[in-house]
Design a binder for this molecule. Structure first.
Ligand code: HAM
Length: 425
């Protein structure tokens, strides 16, 4: 029996991987404009990092981590998200000492969560994220949100809803926490066993419960916005004020809590509103985490960031039927007829590639008709045909597949001819 791919993972095949590259290229270019630089951290970290960083009471830590012991009996975990690792690195590399704060970074790579796979939810997925660590200026919150909206816009996505909320500072959160306990406690036995534990550990997590989401007490639960102290209110209104100034529209949703423990103040998600998009509509999630750097052993340095998965980005592009501006095919395919022409085509295809063009030829000793079909299938813009007669004259016939015209050029001219024609288009 053959071995199959693990559940919740996928092969990204040639023809599909171009979509990943396309989105990553757009995202990286937007990051360049906003002056965010790439950071690469390991795919596995000490388990402790996520327990402390993401939070002991979150679903991610309690149910979804791929944790294993290495041969040295250390507990390691495949990263379920990027923020904790970026913050660890910020602390470990003393980036808080840089003269320019915040330190603005982006990252991309696979993340791992043992979740129930369904459309838009995988056990291995690729996140693109940014983190700006070292400033509590609400303008940075607006910048990070503007950055992600810019990425979506640059890709052509339109049917989006930016949802934001404030989770307030520690004082506001404590007041809200007390109110949540008072609200749920009398009827907590009607909730799932997870929620019963959440009540004491972290009642905010109850609002995020997938099982009890329809319970009547959910709709009437106290809203964080009613518990924000003056400082938190002022901070939130600065952020929304900046978004208004940037013409970024948003919806305030006091129920937006996010599934990770490190957030305070600004929390946001971007949802797809495209018809036919699957049940999970969240494309991107992010927010401010002012206590995380300190929790992970650094100074009291505030941060904010977001992450989205490329998988859901692609699903949104497809739901909105946006045409992919990806590589359309080969620049030139060489059809060679006869032994001598085939030998000669080895150097010819090399000459095209050296000139910066994408080029290919036949490797299956096929007849002319099959080679022409291959050129067609591979979407070659030019098909160059080298027969014995042409070879005798040191020339080659070049067909422009888009215009239907053809010309006869010398072998030496071929690369230049194709290049000039492509540039003229
Ligand atoms: P998160 O909300 O857990 O936040 O994930 C962010 C995004 O990752 C989601 O909106 C979704 O696009 C994608 N995602 C999450 N789980 C899956 C999955 N199983 N399959 C496919 N895509 C998925 C974080 O990870 C935070 N680190 C974001 C952040 C950065 N906050 C501050 N800085």
């Amino acid at each position: 029996m053959s071995v199959k791919i693990p559940r919740g993972t996928q092969d990204i095949l040639p023809g599909q991987s171009e979509k990943w590259q396309y989105i990553e290229a757009i995202a990286k270019d937007v990051c360049r404009r906003y002056h965010y630089k790439e950071i690469r951290t390991p795919i596995f970290e000490h388990t402790e990092l996520f327990k402390r960083g993401v939070g002991d009471t979150t679903d991610i830590v309690q149910k979804e981590m791929y944790t294993f012991e290495d041969r040295g009996e250390r507990s390691l975990t495949l990263r379920p998200e990027g923020t904790a690792a970026v913050v660890r690195s910020f602390v470990e590399n003393k980036m808080f000492g840089h003269p320019d704060q915040p330190v603005k970074m982006f990252y991309t790579g696979p993340m791992f969560r043992y979740e129930r796979p369904q459309s838009g939810r995988y056990r291995q997925f690729v996140q693109f994220g940014v983190e700006a660590i070292g400033s509590e200026d609400p303008a940075i919150d607006a910048e990070v949100i503007a950055l992600v909206m810019d990425i979506y816009k640059s890709a052509g996505l339109k049917k989006l809803n930016l949802v934001i909320n404030s989770l307030g500072d520690a004082e506001s959160r404590n007041a809200h926490r007390e109110a949540l306990i008072a609200h749920f406690e009398p009827r907590i036995m009607e909730f799932c066993s997870d929620c019963q534990t959440r009540l004491a550990q972290n009642p905010l997590r109850i609002l995020d419960c997938k099982k009890d989401r329809d319970h009547e007490l959910m709709a009437t639960a106290p809203s964080i916005l009613d518990y924000l102290n003056e400082e938190s209110k002022a901070y939130f209104s600065k952020v929304t004020g900046y978004l208004d100034a940037l013409n970024i529209s948003y919806t305030i949703d006091p129920k937006l809590v996010r599934g990770l423990d490190y957030y305070n103040h600004t929390a946001f998600e971007v949802m797809s509103e495209a018809e036919g998009f699957g049940a999970i509509t969240t494309l991107c999630g992010g927010g401010r985490y002012n206590g995380l750097v300190k929790d992970l052993g650094g100074p009291d340095s505030p941060g904010i960031g977001f992450a989205f998965s490329i998988e859901r980005f692609i699903a949104a592009m497809e739901a909105e039927r946006i045409e992919w501006q990806v590589d359309k095919g080969l620049d030139c395919y060489i059809v060679a007829l006869g032994e001598e022409a085939k030998d000669r085509s080895v150097a010819l295809v090399h000459q095209l590639r050296t000139a910066g063009l994408s080029a290919d030829r036949d490797y299956q000793d096929r007849k002319m008709k099959a080679q022409l079909k291959a050129s067609d299938r591979q979407n070659a813009r030019f098909t160059a045909i080298l027969g014995e007669d042409e070879l005798a004259e040191n020339r080659i016939t070049v067909k422009d597949m888009a215009e239907g015209s053809q010309e006869n050029v010398t072998l030496q001219e071929l690369a230049n001819y194709v290049k000039t024609k492509l540039e003229a288009n």
